[in-house]
Design a protein around this ligand. Sequence first.
Ligand SMILES: O=C(O)CCC(=O)C(=O)O
Ligand SMILES: [Fe+2]
Length: 350
Amino acid sequence: MGHHHHLETLHPQPAPGFLASNQRTESAFEQIPIIDISESTSHDPAARRVLADRIRDACVNVGFFYVTNHGVEQGVIEGAVEAGKRFFARPTEEKMKLDIHKTANYKGYTALLGENTDPTGKGDMHEGFDIGWDAGSGGESSATGHDMAGGNVWPDLPDDSFKDPVLQYYHAAVELGQRLFPLFALALDLPENFFEDKTTKPAAIMRLLHYPPQNATPETEDGTVIGIGAHTDYECFTILWQDKIPALQVMNTEKRWIDAVPIPGTFVVNLGDQLARWTNDVFKSTVHRAVNKSGTERYSMPLFFGTDYNVRLEPISGCVSEDNPAKYEVVTAGDYVKSRLEATYAESKM
Ligand SMILES: O=C(O)CCC(=O)C(=O)O
Ligand SMILES: [Fe+2]
């Protein structure tokens, strides 16, 4: 990331409150913008500025956008998806050996209905497998000293059919995340390297998800059991790969669900609560859910990109003003994520 330049000369620091007041559109969004990010590596600061402005618009008004030309190889994506399918096809008994409740740092397997993302629901109709930064594949764990740190657990499958392809995708997605941070910084009128020293050992959690078809039961009919209940994500932003089965929906400001339809060759990027807190809600962390009514299996892979766990989420200066006073208590990123995960898994804990 060393080739990014500061743009203070082109783009002076705005007056406090600048971001909060002058960019929000009047009407609720009906569509999720598609943003080509090829210029993220451009040597032309003006090209990066144009791209950052698009991203700012999406972050302030929608909280979601698709990215195209993201640079992650199709073969790497497919490798991880196939690995996930192999794992989920295993007997429940095998999968439960890696029960997420057995680890202190929320790594491993979440069974069907083992998670209840929307507290008003009765459990989510998906199963999942969670990993974080793997010390074995280079670098220290993201949060040495924090209890969210600690290794991954791996199924009893040959490395080349599970661990290797999953980590390969994990690293590719983390790299994409590291390309997006300078754009978010620019979008906030911060130096492009603002997040660099706060994401040295990225606290990125990745999930493999499997949504079986929602069979008709009283709970799926009344909507208390769906693929994943309405929620916001916990970290800075999420990079989501989804297969061809439509399910993801995003709530607009009029509380209508807008479909985030699968678009081949794209990732969905959405902001999470860490960044919303950090920006004092100038950037939106938007409620979303997944409902698989297709009658077939659906697979997806989110990567939740947080900052180093010891970073304090103090509101960024340009995001606080008299009109938009600081809303949130300052917490560290790690404590925040941990408290959200505790709540998510509380009901299914033995
Ligand atoms: O599977 C999806 O499309 C969405 C998943 C999601 O929102 C999450 O895991 O936080
Ligand atoms: Fe989510």
